[in-house]
Design a protein around this ligand. Structure first.
Ligand SMILES: [Zn+2]
Length: 218
């Protein structure tokens, strides 16, 4: 659900970080409905909804507000803003009455996030996927960019949603970028990248993931 704290603005869940119960704007079901529509609009099929998207992924926020109202009479621009601002994953961003998804596009966009500075990045996969990736590289059939994690633990965690026994692949990001592979920082957790050739990849031993986890716990 999405609520508003009089002091801190929009938030998800029962309470604001300050403890305020806030004012309810959107229940769980409607938050999910609006979230799916906004994701579809900004990541997958803007044209089908009559939205003009520029090459960097931006669409007009007022127009998107009209689109969501046409689908859900209870929704509109203000709720799109609430959805964006309360999203802890920072999926979207707003600037100058325009809005875009920061990652996750299946439509063709050329994003302009800051260049990645981390020398190593990580990708979680099933055992079979990992074997294949080491042969052909990391590429996405359905998305414009591939999504990498900034730590082995995060990559492992992401992959647990798809497989019981994840492998973590380490990418030599510094070398790949030097060779012309574009990698961009989305947030503290995610870096997006163009296809990464297999020569920049290796598999990370399970003990190296555990080791880093135990460092964190100290
Ligand atoms: Zn608050």
């Amino acid at each position: 659900m999405i609520k508003r704290c009089p002091q801190h603005g929009f938030f998800r869940g029962e309470h604001c970080e300050c403890g305020s119960a806030g004012q309810l704007l959107l229940d769980e079901t409607k938050t999910e409905q609006l979230g799916r529509l906004v994701a579809g609009s900004l990541r997958h099929f803007p044209g089908d909804l009559g939205l003009d998207m520029d090459s960097r992924g931006w669409v007009d926020l007022t127009k998107l507000g009209q689109v969501v109202t046409s689908r859900h009479r209870w929704a509109g621009k203000e709720l799109v803003i609430a959805l964006v601002q309360s999203d802890s994953k920072q999926r979207y961003e707003i600037a100058d009455d325009r809005v875009r998804a920061r990652y996750g596009h299946s439509v063709d966009v050329e994003l302009d996030h800051p260049e990645n500075k981390r020398p190593l990045l990580y990708y979680g996969a099933s055992e079979e996927e990992a074997d294949r990736i080491l042969e052909i590289g990391i590429k996405s059939a359905s998305q414009r960019y591939v999504h990498l994690s900034t730590t082995p633990e995060k990559a492992w965690h992401v992959a647990t949603f798809r497989t019981g026994n994840p492998r973590v692949i380490q990418a030599d990001a510094a070398a790949a970028q030097e060779a012309g592979v574009k990698m961009m920082t989305v947030n503290d957790d995610i870096v997006i990248s163009e296809t990464i050739p297999s020569r920049f990849l290796c598999i990370l031993a399970a003990k190296d993931i555990a080791k880093q986890e135990s460092h964190k716990n100290i």
